[in-house]
Design a protein around this ligand. Structure first.
Ligand SMILES: Cc1ncc(CN)c(N)n1
Length: 217
């Protein structure tokens, strides 16, 4: 039987591939993302992360097993420590002012993501929360996982890659997929459709998010 997560990805192949093979991915591996593009990306992504952590909180609340809550709690600890300090150091290196870090003008794709994550949390449905979290982490592992690739010198580029291709992250994405497979397969058709719709919106937004940081450069 085809895995639920494999079916979901196949249904969204066009947007998935466009995001995975995006110009941003090519440039970050070459250490060649222009500074203004990287600044725009990280400023908007910091606003994404805020709602993302809130959605992880909802996954902890709605999960059907204690083991799953532990897994998400450990993941939340990583994002709010290692990943958060990366943002702070990268903002320092890129000269991002305090107001831009805390209260930037929110772009349309970022707002779209914030709305999507709020909708998923408000659904109170574990499968819907999982669908959005799985896209965000699986798609990032998919682009960042290039065995043997040489890392760029600048930590702003290199560490954004290694945050998304290290062993712990790979294990977490594998677990996320198994979790969504398990919950999706046990769910009724209506819940599966709802989770699929969240998955679809998330993949389209990942593509739009990469696209929009180049608009105007
Ligand atoms: C938009 C987006 N999507 C996914 C990730 C991976 N955590 C992220 N940082 N930003």
């Amino acid at each position: 039987m085809t895995r639920f997560t494999e079916t979901l990805r196949a249904e969204n192949q066009q947007d998935w591939t466009a995001a995975r093979d995006h110009r941003f991915v090519d440039e970050i591996f070459r250490g060649a993302v222009p500074a203004d593009v990287m600044r725009r990306y990280l400023v908007q992504d910091y606003q994404f992360i805020d709602r993302f952590v809130a959605l992880v909180g909802m996954a902890i609340a709605t999960a059907d097993r204690f083991d799953s809550r532990i897994r998400f709690a450990q993941f939340a600890a990583m994002i709010t420590s290692d990943e958060n300090t990366y943002f702070e150091r990268a903002f320092d290196a890129l000269g991002v002012a305090p107001a831009e870090r805390a209260h930037p003008v929110i772009s349309a794709p970022t707002l779209g993501f914030q709305t999507l994550m709020r909708d998923a949390a408000d659904s109170g449905d574990y499968a819907c929360c999982l669908a959005v979290l799985t896209v965000a982490e699986w798609l990032y592992l998919d682009w960042a996982d290039r065995p043997g690739a040489v890392l760029p010198e600048d930590f702003v580029h290199a560490e954004w890659i290694t945050l998304h291709n290290n062993e712990g992250f790979r294990a977490f994405v594998n677990w996320l997929r198994e979790e969504l497979d398990r919950v999706g397969e046990a769910a009724d058709e209506k819940s599966r459709q709802a989770a699929s719709a969240f998955f679809r919106r998330a993949v389209a937004l990942e593509r739009a998010f990469f696209d929009h940081i180049y608009a105007g450069s």
